[in-house]
Ligand binder design. Sequence first.
Ligand code: SF4
Ligand code: SF4
Length: 262
Amino acid sequence: MRYELHDDRILTWSLESHVTTHCNLRCVQCCPLSPHLPTWAVVPSALGEDLRRLARVLRPNVFKLTGGEPFLHPDLPAVLDTVRASGISEQVSVTTNGFLAQSAPDAVYERLDRMTLSVYSSAPLPERSIQRITERCEQHGVYLTVKRVDTFQQLTPDTPHTEDSAVRDVYARCWLKVRCHLIHAGHFYVCTRPPHVATVLGAKHPEMPALAEVDGVPLDAPDLLERMLTYLERDTPLATCRYCLGASGAWLPHAQLPRPRA
Ligand code: SF4
Ligand code: SF4
């Protein structure tokens, strides 16, 4: 993959921030592993500092607030103001399962350009809620995309890949490395997996390197543009790919994990 530059900024498809890691659903094979992560919400000032650095060298077509469930963040308007102030992208979007979006304050809708509403067959959002969200998006000029999802793709393999050739193949076939760029805790990642795979699976695989460090680009080091280009255009897999199926996993019916007992 080769990237174009405009005004010394790399043009990319999108960039996302997991503004929360927890969620009110428990989807099996959740890409950011939300059901297995502790409760966490991004601090707007910390995200703003990271975005100011990255905005000097990167221009994604759209910036997405994702999670977890973004509407669980205690101050989503402040996060949105931080994103706007950074100038990282002209389009700001939120991706949600919708259960809290219908009753969110106007201050959120006023600050959005786009919303992607994921409606899962294993936890369907009532049609009246979809209608209410549609009306609120129309009122505030937010472009709404409703995605109905009844399957999921297995992302975490039952056991790590043992052959280097399998890791290379998974990486080569993976589209997430182009479409799912992540800014998280002072780093840029080519996909959403490295920080969370390390948190969730690290204890089970003691041989696992510190994926959040080895697979990301720290934003506070010099020569960021050169390091970003080298990282984005690499042909070699991430260390995380050994613990991931990328776009190569089997498709299965969508499902929810059971709720843990209180
Ligand atoms: S709604 Fe999204 S973030 Fe929440 S568990 Fe499902 S896939 Fe993960
Ligand atoms: S860890 Fe590798 S295979 Fe998995 S999503 Fe990221 S780039 Fe793709």
